[in-house]
Design a protein around this ligand. Structure first.
Ligand SMILES: *[C@@H]1O[C@H](CO)[C@@H](O)[C@H](O)[C@H]1NC(C)=O
Ligand SMILES: *[C@@H]1O[C@H](CO)[C@@H](O)[C@H](O)[C@H]1NC(C)=O
Ligand SMILES: *[C@@H]1O[C@H](CO)[C@@H](O)[C@H](O)[C@H]1NC(C)=O
Ligand SMILES: *[C@@H]1O[C@H](CO)[C@@H](O)[C@H](O)[C@H]1NC(C)=O
Length: 496
């Protein structure tokens, strides 16, 4: 098995190298049952995804990536910006523990032998994540720049600044357009003076501007937004910007950024799309059909640019460096932005493809599922058949279950939106039960619930079973009993 997977890894590595910069993916881990990082790395390799963007610097994740040849944008969460801004020493320690440490192990050698000695494993450190979002009320306005400076200095001091670049993933509303056309682009007035020194630093060190662009969100917050304009094959009437025509929102948005950078003297700065994607559930516009249409449209543009040298935007023709958002669903994300927030993955929580998507990186021309997934038992918690809907405990039980589990697939236009009341209640109970690893106590809603062995899924509405929990194994945090189980699983895997 080792040899075969190494061989497959090599094949996907080489085939992916031939297509140039290729596609990346965001790998977030805010899930109640995250996948084992080794399974995810294999998933990435088998799907020819050669770049990942992380939101932190989790040790096991980086270790699993280390031997893969996959390029990494490692992330620094916003709550670390203040300490990193306050003390150079904190930044040095962060770089040493979270970057240097992984580079100086044998990981980089693997890359050097297979590819080129000049291709680093770590390509970028993302300092903060959308720190200037308006919902943060300016909390990170004054710490982002000094944190960025300190990380840059720490990289120089560690001798890594030639291979590792800094960047700050920004939300797309850090710029705007006075006349609603790309040519009117400039940084938003209230943060203009914060943006300039950041962009200046990025420019000085040859670093890219990273921006997250979401046509879905535009559609979500503004029901008058022309839906067709969100897609690449849409029939939207084009926007005419002084003779340059824009047929989709992404082009217009990116060129607004290009105009913004030009206007401020940074016209040649490279641009990375840090996040781009479409969710599949939790909203009437979040479904498999739209997600496939958007992501496939985007991939075809990228592939088109890579293979025929054609696409890109009017102002930036050529390949667009981008990271899909996202790789896998995360059922523990905050739903503050909306119920769709837990459903951005091109793969479900258990690494299964949600729809046909051709990344142009696999022979099959479609996504390849994760291997080695171990599920919990086939049992579900549902409403007792003769329980009464007017039972006084129903409301409290459902809201308790939903507050601690995941009910984001319920509601108008979602995959479980057609359930009747009883179905709704069962869905909530089951989600709570599965997220709590099917413990008997997690199906004891007073006089209301029961455990069944037949799958209560109906139509598009799936009553999921969780995977076996992953506890990490690198640092001895593993509880003994679970250690035994994991050890067994590992043993089995080795013999398979
Ligand atoms: C390394 O990154 C992790 C995860 O982001 C963080 O918790 C930790 O504090 C970092 N290490 C140092 C020394 O800053
Ligand atoms: C931002 O301000 C609003 C209104 O003042 C408040 O409701 C919200 O909790 C604040 N958010 C943060 C992240 O501080
Ligand atoms: C349990 O529910 C049944 C209806 O299915 C009802 O007749 C009974 O009184 C309930 N028991 C309690 C303790 O609430
Ligand atoms: C099921 O629950 C959802 C959200 O909790 C609600 O919008 C919907 O109306 C419910 N379905 C029925 C048939 O009552």
């Amino acid at each position: 098995m080792g040899l075969v997977s190494l061989f497959l890894g090599l094949v996907s590595l080489f085939s992916s190298l031939t297509v140039g910069s290729g596609i990346g993916a965001n790998w977030g881990t805010q899930a109640t049952h995250p996948l084992n990082p080794n399974i995810v790395v294999r998933l990435l390799r088998e799907n020819g995804i050669q770049k990942v963007k992380l939101f932190d610097a989790d040790y096991d994740t980086l270790r699993a990536l280390g031997k893969s040849g996959i390029e990494v944008m490692v992330g620094i969460p916003n709550d670390m910006l203040a300490p990193l801004a306050a003390k150079m020493k904190n930044a040095e320690e962060w770089v040493s523990k979270n970057v240097s440490k992984h580079i100086t192990t044998d990981n980089v050698n693997i890359r050097s032998v297979l590819c080129s000695p000049f291709l680093p494993l770590f390509l970028y450190v993302a300092v903060g994540n959308e720190p200037f979002l308006q919902t943060y009320n300016g909390t990170f306005l004054s710490t982002t720049l000094p944190a960025l400076q300190n990380i840059q200095s720490a990289l120089i001091k560690a001798g890594l600044s030639n291979q590792v670049k800094v960047t700050v993933p920004m939300n797309a509303d850090v710029y705007e357009s006075a006349n609603s056309l790309p040519s009117g682009g400039d940084f938003r007035q209230d943060i203009h003076d914060y943006m300039i020194p950041i962009v200046k630093l990025l420019s000085e060190y040859g670093s890219p501007f990273t921006v997250n662009i979401y046509p879905f969100i535009s559609l979500y917050i503004d029901s008058n937004f022309p839906a067709e304009y969100a897609f690449f094959d849409g029939n939207a009437s084009p926007v005419n910007d002084g003779g340059t025509y824009y047929y989709n929102m992404l082009d217009a948005n990116l060129d607004t950024l290009v105009h913004t950078l030009q206007k401020n003297g940074f016209g040649n700065m490279p641009i990375i799309i840090g996040e781009i994607g479409w969710p599949t559930d939790g909203d009437r516009n979040a479904n498999v059909e739209y997600a496939r249409r958007f992501n496939q449209g985007f991939m075809s543009r990228i592939a088109g640019a890579l293979f025929s040298g054609g696409k890109g935007t009017p102002l930036r023709p050529g390949p667009i460096d981008a990271y899909l958002f996202s790789l896998i669903d995360e059922d523990a994300k905050s739903v503050d932005p909306g119920n769709f927030e837990r459903h951005w993955g091109i793969f479900t929580y258990d690494g299964q493809p949600k729809y046909l998507l051709n990344l142009g990186t696999t022979n099959a021309g479609q996504l390849i599922p994760a291997k080695g997934i171990q599920y919990q038992e086939n049992k579900w918690c549902v409403m007792r058949p003769n329980a009464r809907l007017d039972d006084p405990n129903v409301a409290a039980s459902v809201s308790y279950a939903c507050s601690l589990a995941d009910c984001t697939k319920l509601g108008y236009g979602t995959s479980c939106g057609e359930l009747d009341w009883k179905g709704n209640i069962s869905y909530a109970f089951n989600s709570y039960f599965q997220i709590h690893d099917q413990q008997d106590e997690a199906c004891k809603f007073p006089n209301l619930s029961t455990i069944v062995k037949t799958n209560p899924s109906q139509g598009t509405c799936k009553f999921d079973i969780m995977i076996q929990p992953y506890y990490g194994g690198a640092d001895g945090r593993l509880p003994t009993q679970l250690g035994l189980v994991a050890g067994f699983a590992l043993l089995l895997l080795t013999f398979l």
